[in-house]
Write a protein that binds this ligand. Structure first.
Ligand code: BES
Ligand code: ZN
Ligand code: ZN
Length: 516
């Protein structure tokens, strides 16, 4: 998908489809026509009749198509609702831009222009309403999110991807303030392209079936994508796991005919302005059968997505490589296939993690925390001063939070606040759950230091976090449980069903908070 930001009167832009946003302006019970988020006279005139009819309210995701709009060079004008004017945010606009793309795709419209929303149309205080950098970024991110379709293996696949999306902002007069504004728009736009394509890359990895995306293949793809971008990428396997004494990671890997992959990606800034080294650790189970504690057949196919945490980190590294923050970042992905076999680890086994801690295995389906235990420890050994990990870790997290929020755990309030600030920009939803030491009792073992489940179903997401916490020690750490959010079973008006690429944008933004 080609992308462009232009400064031009949108009425003069020749395009098959021009999308313009409209907000719901009705207050209380009073019903008022929707208000266009543009001060452009030609567009306002072209839409006046339709808006006056009252049949379009400007509700979120509502659309109205006008053919051959008079006074515009565009062949079609698409009105897109963004909901109540008071609730307008860059997050609403990200989705609305996605609605425009998802409107165009099935209609074989391959080129789309989006009129940059002008808040002056509804308020005098434009800056307070919509920061231009974030709006510009959100629009093009939303376009990439919407352009993604998961039908890669259909022989009758109609490739409906967009050829081009153009964001068109009004021409800015040549004053210093205006050119600063143009620069902000351009910067946000360029960042949005990087984040949008990186999220799409993560989604393409999650979408792959387990027979294609083995641990080895995941390593190969990470390297192929990241090395040209200047990220040093090493892919190790069995021998290295033994050398590093990664007994927890190996326990999971040993049951599969597919060798594991330990993927280490390093971003070194030209000039670091921070002494921090950020460690990004991902769970990369390319298929989770549950092992000897085998999962029920129903829904097991979904377990190809059990490498979504790894995909998030690889996607984030792709974005980091291009955004070039002035802080060092090391990412460790622990990838294996969790299989039952004659070589598989068993319930009751005791294994020794790289840190030296001994672990009693109660359930071989609690494998994610095992691979992460060694990944987190290794990231620290490589110099990480702050850790973040992402994993499709527990069904219990899905029970607790549903499909709307990912679980968020932290052992450090400062890091937590930084991450929250990052999510306010990314628009991704996380909800904090506790991992205080009063839960530690639940993972104590009689035969070893700890066990790999909490022994009961109560607080399953928390006991999993408590297990990880054993391996981070005093290092500030954030754990993201994305089991409920990495895959969506239903399509949304702004996104196809399937892999979401959750956490790529937030993790990247969090990394950027450590740079100047
Ligand atoms: N990969 C699963 C968690 C999962 C569940 C991811 C649903 C995506 C959707 C994880 O490895 C697992 O099986 N966890 C067990 C832990 C239990 C055995 C303590 C679970 O959540 O049931
Ligand atoms: Zn499992
Ligand atoms: Zn798993």
């Amino acid at each position: 998908m080609k992308t462009k930001l232009v400064f031009q009167d949108p009425a003069t832009l020749a395009t098959p489809l021009l999308a313009v946003f409209a907000a719901d302006f009705s207050a209380n019970s009073e019903s008022l026509p929707a208000v266009l988020l543009t001060t452009n006279d030609a567009i306002s005139k072209a839409a006046a009749h339709a808006l006056g009819s009252g049949e379009f309210k400007g509700a979120s995701f509502e659309t109205l198509l006008l053919h051959a709009p008079s006074g515009l060079k565009a062949e079609r004008l698409l009105l897109i609702g963004v909901g109540k004017v008071g609730a307008l945010s860059s997050h609403e606009l990200r989705k609305a831009a996605g609605v425009a793309v998802r409107f165009a795709k099935p209609r074989n419209i391959r080129d789309l222009a989006i009129a940059f929303p002008d808040y002056h149309a509804v308020s005098d205080d434009a800056l307070e309403g919509l920061p231009s950098l974030l709006t510009s970024r959100a629009l093009i991110e939303g376009a990439f999110v919407a352009d993604f379709d998961p039908d890669t293996y259909r022989s009758d696949r109609k490739d409906q991807s967009m050829s081009s999306v153009t964001v068109v902002s009004l021409p800015l007069a040549k004053s210093e303030a205006k050119s600063a504004e143009a620069e902000l728009l351009q910067r946000g736009f360029d960042e949005g392209v990087i984040l949008g394509t990186s999220q799409a890359f993560a989604r393409s990895l999650v979408n792959e079936p387990g027979n294609v995306l083995t641990p080895t293949e995941l390593g190969r793809r990470a390297k192929a994508e990241l090395e040209p971008l200047g990220i040093a990428t090493e892919v190790y396997s069995t021998e290295k796991l033994h050398e590093l004494k990664m007994g927890a990671f190996w326990a999971v890997a040993q049951g599969s005919a597919q060798p594991p992959a330990l993927i280490v990606m390093t971003y070194t800034p030209e000039k670091a302005t921070s002494a921090e080294v950020l460690g990004l650790v991902g769970k990369g189970i390319t298929f989770d059968t549950g092992g000897i504690s085998i999962k029920p057949a129903e829904g097991m196919e979904k377990m190809k997505t059990d490498m979504s945490g790894a995909a998030a980190m690889i996607g984030a590294m792709r974005a980091i490589a291009q955004l070039k923050p002035s802080v060092k970042v090391i990412s460790v992905v622990c990838s294996a296939e969790n299989m039952p076999s004659g070589n598989a680890y068993r319930p009751g086994d005791v294994v020794t993690a790289m840190s030296g801690k001994t672990i009693e295995i109660l359930n071989t389906d609690a494998e994610g925390r095992l691979v992460l235990a060694d990944g987190l420890h290794y990231a620290k050994q490589l110099g990480a001063t702050r850790l973040i990990n992402a994993a499709t870790l527990t069904g219990a997290c899905v029970v607790a939070l549903g499909l709307q929020n990912s679980g968020l755990f932290a052992n450090n309030e400062t890091t937590l606040e930084q991450f929250k600030a990052a999510t306010a920009i990314s628009g991704e939803a996380f909800w904090r759950l506790p991992c205080t030491d009063d839960y530690r009792e639940q993972i104590k073992s009689h035969i070893a230091d700890i066990m790999n489940t909490g022994g009961t179903r109560y607080g399953g997401a928390i006991t999993a976090a408590m297990f990880l916490k054993e391996f981070v020690g005093d290092t500030p750490w954030i754990h993201l449980d994305i089991a409920g959010t990495a895959w969506q079973d239903d399509q949304k008006p702004w996104s196809a069903k399937g892999p979401t690429g959750i956490a790529v944008r937030s993790i990247t933004e969090w990394v950027r908070t450590f740079a100047v």
